[in-house]
Structures are given as structure tokens and as C-alpha cells.
Design a protein around this ligand. Structure first.
Ligand code: SF4
Length: 53
């Protein structure tokens, strides 16, 4: 689903702009080593896979 991916990417960028320096992982439901293998976790400031907890 290209549109979903595009939408998530846009939301991630908007979040990073709204709170510069904030770590999006803090409020992400995947913020756990078993759920997320992104090397930027837990300090990602922008993430296409972000899902609100
Ligand atoms: S999916 Fe992204 S925002 Fe969520 S925990 Fe992993 S790196 Fe952080």
C-alpha cells in the first residue's frame, strides 16, 4: 500500500517538525527490542513505522 506508507512518512515528518529533538519512540507502540529492530530505536526523531501507543 504505497499511499499508506506515504501517509506514515508524512506524519513522521510532521511529528519531527512539531517537536524538534523529541524522540518519537517514547510514544510508539513498538518501542521494544522484540517489536522494533530499527537501529535508531529508542532515539529516533523521525520514523516511517511509528504507531501511536
Ligand atoms: S518503530 Fe520507529 S518510532 Fe517505533 S520504536 Fe521503532 S524506531 Fe522508534
Amino acid at each position: 500500500m504505497a499511499i499508506r506508507r506515504w501517509w506514515r512518512k508524512l506524519l513522521g515528518r510532521l511529528r519531527a517538525l512539531a517537536a524538534p529533538g523529541a524522540f518519537v519512540c517514547d510514544s510508539c507502540r513498538y518501542d521494544h527490542p522484540r517489536s522494533c529492530r530499527n537501529p535508531e530505536r529508542p532515539n529516533a526523531t523521525q520514523c516511517d513505522d511509528y504507531r501511536k501507543r
